[in-house]
Design a protein around this ligand. Structure first.
Ligand code: CS2
Length: 488
């Protein structure tokens, strides 16, 4: 079977939605670099930029992987083209042309640096996951992080995204070039501001004058949303059947898509607005609503679902007791924990999210959502715990979710399934020292200040609720759910 490429693209005319501009003689120039070309980026930001490219402008994307060459190997022979499959009540196929090439920083450092330093690169977007920012529990750049320490020494090429971006920004500074606008698209509270603070903090170690110049850089906050599971061979075969061409790495997602960007961008930008992007003066309320009404229930489903032996989100959503628990958690703990954007009907928004979780066409593995708990809990669950401790609101279900994570770590420690987490070694060591005595085990987990900070271990209401939940889960997950929902 022929591969998808510029050569074979025209054979798809009339069959699927195509990047028409790729069929014309003049190709759009590169105007953006994206760090972390995973499935989410390719289904989300690249889709919005694709729509903008159809309006014109040189907004082609140079994608950069920090270390792995897998995406480059798959997409470069296809001229950066790939298929996006929307899986919902209706299945839609679209070939995306926004990504023009994929570079690997570890192998093509000079080319990556040249692209990031080039005047034509006006935007840098990032999906590098929570851990990719190398932040401490307070959300500031962790100068003790071993990779940051290595990059600060500048003896080798930078291995962190922060180190790479500051190196490129310094090259622009020394060349009298304006800084690019950096747009974090990760599930981090205050993501844009945290990114900018981390870049400036790193730069200050090298040159305080350069660091103050960097204060002029734009780094808006964003809220990003679309459920995008990892690609599998079933999808590759499905696309081959539909297109009659081989696509080495298509992606799939639900049809729902949302991008809210803080309205602090350079005037010259891709026409994302026409593609449906919302520009808001303040993104924080949108971020909180999404992190607490989608990602917090997602992580809770992941840990309880794995403990119950479910494989996917839609499988877990068939369990009435589990769904009842999630609904109670949302109503009693999560909704009261934040002030929603005035224009958002949180009841409807939350109901729509649970509907999306039920989408049978999306096989979203709970084990994938369970990755990186040490990075996700501080963004999704613990801020709500702190807010509710301060306001006197319920933390009962939030504590159960955190206890489920602790039990999940113990489950991984007792199995051959690897634990995917940057703190895996520390977490497995804690789990190995657990005895089943809830008070002692919980105290061990709470000593993980990189996850829980220094405050939560001294919060009696939280410690008590967490210990009770841990004990119930240790006695039995099914009985624990009945206890917390009152559903026999
Ligand atoms: C998920 C998110 O893997 C995870 O942690 O909770 O990727 C989630 O699917 C997206 O944030 C949805 O927008």
């Amino acid at each position: 079977m022929q591969p998808l490429s510029n050569q074979t693209l025209s054979s798809l005319q009339g069959k699927v939605t195509l990047p028409d501009y790729r069929l014309q003689a003049r190709q759009p120039g590169i105007g953006m670099v994206h760090l972390g070309p995973g499935a989410f980026f390719r289904g989300h930001q690249a889709w919005y930029t694709e729509q903008a490219l159809k309006q014109g402008g040189d907004w082609g994307i140079c994608a950069v992987s920090m270390r792995s060459g897998e995406v480059a190997k798959a997409l470069n022979p296809q001229d950066g083209l790939y298929t996006l499959v929307e899986l919902d009540s209706e299945i839609r196929y679209q070939v995306i042309g926004a990504v023009q090439k994929v570079l690997v920083a570890a192998e093509q450092y000079a080319e990556v640096l040249a692209q990031l330093s080039a005047a034509e690169t006006r935007f840098v977007t990032l999906t590098i996951t929570e851990k990719g920012y190398c932040l401490n529990a307070a959300g500031e750049l962790d100068l003790q992080h071993p990779e940051i320490r290595q990059d600060l020494k500048r003896q080798t090429q930078p291995i962190t995204a922060i180190g790479l971006l500051v190196t490129a920004l310094q090259a622009r500074y020394q060349a009298g070039e304006a800084p690019f606008c950096a747009i974090s698209c990760d599930n981090l509270t205050d993501n844009g501001h945290k990114l900018k603070r981390a870049l400036v903090r790193f730069a200050r170690e090298w040159d305080p004058v350069f660091a103050s110049w960097l204060q002029s850089m734009k780094s808006p906050c964003t809220m990003v949303d679309s459920i995008t599971p990892a690609t599998d061979d079933t999808l590759r075969q499905q696309v081959a059947n539909e297109l009659g061409l081989a696509d080495a790495w298509p992606i799939k997602r639900e049809s729902f898509l949302q991008w809210v960007i803080e309205d602090d961008l350079p005037a010259e930008r891709p026409d994302w607005q026409s593609a449906g992007v919302i520009f808001a003066a303040d993104v924080s309320a949108f971020e909180k609503a999404k992190l607490r009404l989608l990602n917090a229930p997602h992580s809770t489903l992941a840990y309880l679902g794995c403990l119950l032996g479910y494989e996917t989100v839609s499988d877990a959503m068939q369990d009435d007791t589990l769904v009842a628990l999630i609904k109670r958690m949302i109503a009693e703990d999560l909704m009261p924990s934040f002030r929603a954007p005035a224009e958002l009907d949180t009841g409807q928004y939350s109901a729509d999210i649970l509907q999306r979780f039920q989408n049978p066409a999306i096989r979203h593995l709970l084990a994938q959502i369970a990755w990186d708990g040490s990075q996700k809990l501080p963004m999704r669950l613990l801020p709500a715990v702190r807010d509710n401790l301060a306001s006197g609101s319920s933390i009962r279900y939030l504590a159960l979710a955190v206890a489920a994570w602790c039990r999940f770590i113990c489950l991984r420690q007792q199995s051959t399934v690897p634990l995917v987490d940057p703190l895996a070694e520390q977490l497995l060591a804690v789990a190995a020292s657990c005895t089943g005595d809830a008070t002692a085990d919980v105290a061990r987990f709470l000593r993980l200040s990189a996850v829980f900070g220094r405050d939560l271990a001294t919060e009696p209401r939280f410690v008590e609720a967490l210990t009770e939940a841990y004990q119930h889960l240790t006695d039995g997950v099914v009985s624990a759910l009945s206890h917390y929902t009152g559903v026999a």
